[in-house]
Design a protein around this ligand. Structure first.
Ligand SMILES: [Zn+2]
Length: 108
């Protein structure tokens, strides 16, 4: 029997330099943030994106942390959401399923 290989993978989307509140130096400092897309895969084929995570490094003290790249965070920091879209290929599996359904409907 063929083993089913599934799970999640992460890929970096883009970076940004933001003025954030640093919990380590207790002040507003510029931080470099790296936003990653997390997607579900089946046999290493990306099926659908599920989440976005952010990883930040304070430019003053070097404090590092990761947090959820939420809609609230995007709004609070007036970030251009377009820049941090999930890469198109992370929707591959869903696209294949839709094409198969359309094909089945047409074939009948
Ligand atoms: Zn800091």
């Amino acid at each position: 029997m063929l083993p089913i290989i599934l799970g999640t993978k992460q890929i970096p989307i883009d970076t940004e330099n933001l003025l954030l509140n640093c919990p380590s130096c207790n002040s507003h400092q510029f931080s470099d943030i790296l936003v990653s897309s997390q997607y579900f895969h089946l046999y290493y084929l990306p099926v659908i994106p599920i989440d976005k995570d952010a990883y930040s490094i304070c430019n003053k003290c070097g404090y590092q942390r990761s947090f959820e790249f939420s809609r609230k965070f995007v709004q609070e920091n007036s970030i251009q959401a377009k820049k941090f879209r999930h890469p198109a290929f992370t929707y591959s599996g869903i696209l294949i399923i839709i094409v198969m359904i359309i094909f089945i409907i047409i074939a009948n």
